[in-house]
Ligand binder design. Sequence first.
Ligand SMILES: [Zn+2]
Length: 66
Amino acid sequence: MTDRDRAASCQGPYGVEGDPGDCGDPVRFEVSRHRRTPLRVCPVHLGPALLLAEGVLWPPGISLIR
Ligand SMILES: [Zn+2]
């Protein structure tokens, strides 16, 4: 339950490990990453996540999840 709640909240600004974001907005997109867990972000943080998160594939793999 707790994991599911956390997964439903944006990890923005851009999901840096050890420095989780406090955005908390509902997740809309999942960004695939190389050998890392996918990053789940809201629309506002999709751009920053693509450009700044570690391990983002290029071209990016983005899934609309809700
Ligand atoms: Zn966000």
